[in-house]
Design a protein around this ligand. Structure first.
Ligand SMILES: NC(=O)c1ccc[n+]([C@@H]2O[C@H](COP(=O)([O-])OP(=O)(O)OC[C@H]3O[C@@H](n4cnc5c(N)ncnc54)[C@H](O)[C@@H]3O)[C@@H](O)[C@H]2O)c1
Length: 343
């Protein structure tokens, strides 16, 4: 994973991979509109063949996958073609699945353009689209050959998305890097408003290192990788049930507070950690209280959590910054009490 300053640097890094081969660049259309020069330093033949697609959750569909197949046929892509996904987690997920399936698999690289993608979604090789009202049921493990993050891209990203990605950076800090956690405590206020802050490159690299370490140990999500779901059981249920709707990262922030509260109630960590974490979330410009939820949706989402076994929720809990363990069970009354404590 390389976090670079500019698109020009990313294209320079990829230059040798572009020689003597077809390249199929798929770029997020919103990014392209806000930064029309983002592809300017690509070789002209590569730019001519590029394809702009609308990003956002709606693009993770079989229909979009078909549009990519049609574009691939039109351009006559061959088995050696290098696919390059330029966008956030949604473009990365659908283009990754395209690369995994077209002609039984093409090599790909990803150039991540959101804070969430750089810290999290671009790493680990999971690709997917949504289907039948479900999130990510159709997918494949197809790791990109390389992941580039571009700090410059953060300058055009809506502030709310910039901040939502910081929740995943904070998650990495809590589960695996106490130094990153302390750094976030110091830099949170600045990062949440300033996409040009010099701390960005360092914190994104540190977060990516935590995820990289975990997925190398468990590339196919058979066990230890579950730790990356810290804050996600509660968070995902909140993402589906909170009104007004929260972005994934916003919900995960509150989900992490819930996980810390349960950790404290089980005697794993100090009470002070919860207020500390809430303080960091506030400085990152992220919510810390629940305003209103659809309870039925909340409980059914929690029961359907992918880590649940026979209806009991299994959680990732923490002993404090830099440490987390998986497999803790919490009862419904315990979860209800924690939900109440959050608003
Ligand atoms: N594969 C994985 O392991 C993994 C892990 C976590 C999340 N995800 C997935 O990631 C997705 C969320 O990704 P995301 O938060 O990056 O959202 P996103 O891709 O939807 O991007 C957010 C919005 O910003 C726009 N955008 C992207 N880059 C931009 C830029 N630089 N400037 C201006 N606008 C820009 C997009 O068009 C979109 O409207 C979810 O679908 C989630 O399932 C995947």
């Amino acid at each position: 994973v390389h976090i670079l300053e500019s698109f020009a640097e990313a294209w320079a890094e990829l230059h040798d991979d572009f020689v003597d081969r077809r390249v199929f660049v798929v770029v997020d259309a919103k990014l392209l509109k806000k930064n029309p020069r983002c592809l300017a330093k690509l070789p002209a033949r590569v730019r001519r063949d590029s394809f702009a697609m609308r990003g956002g959750e709606a693009c993770k569909s079989l229909r979009q996958l078909e549009r990519l197949y049609a574009a691939a046929r039109e351009r006559g892509l061959d088995r050696q073609t290098l696919v390059v996904a330029v966008g956030g987690g949604t473009v990365g997920d659908v283009v990754g699945l395209f690369a995994a399936t077209w002609m039984r698999g093409l090599p790909w690289v990803t150039v991540a353009t959101t804070s969430l993608a750089m810290a999290d979604s671009a790493l680990g090789g999971k690709t997917a689209v949504d289907w039948g009202g479900l999130k990510n049921p159709v997918g494949a493990f197809h790791p990109p050959r390389a992941v580039y993050g571009v700090r410059e891209a953060l300058e055009t990203l809506p502030l709310r998305h910039l901040r939502a990605g910081l929740a995943e950076v904070l998650k990495s800090a809590v589960i695996g890097d106490a130094r990153l956690y302390r750094r976030l405590e110091r830099e949170a206020a600045r990062l949440s408003v300033d996409p040009t802050a010099s701390a960005w490159v360092g914190v994104l690299e540190a977060a990516a290192r935590v995820k990289g370490r975990v997925v190398r140990e468990d590339p196919h999500e058979l066990g230890p990788r579950a730790i990356l779901n810290f804050g996600h059981s509660f968070g995902h249920a909140l993402e589906l049930s909170h009104r007004p709707r929260w972005l994934h990262g916003e919900a995960i922030g509150v989900g992490m507070l819930a996980a810390v509260e349960i950790s404290h109630r089980k005697g794993l960590c100090e009470a002070a950690f919860r207020s500390e974490l809430a303080q960091v979330l506030l400085q990152l410009g992220l919510p810390v209280r629940i305003s209103k939820i659809d309870e039925a949706r909340f409980w059914s989402a929690l029961a359907g959590d992918k880590k649940s076994v026979h209806g009991s929720v299994r959680l990732v809990l923490t002993e404090g910054p830099g440490s987390a363990t998986f497999g803790h069970v919490a009862s419904r009354p315990q979860l209800r009490a924690v939900l109440r404590s959050l608003g």
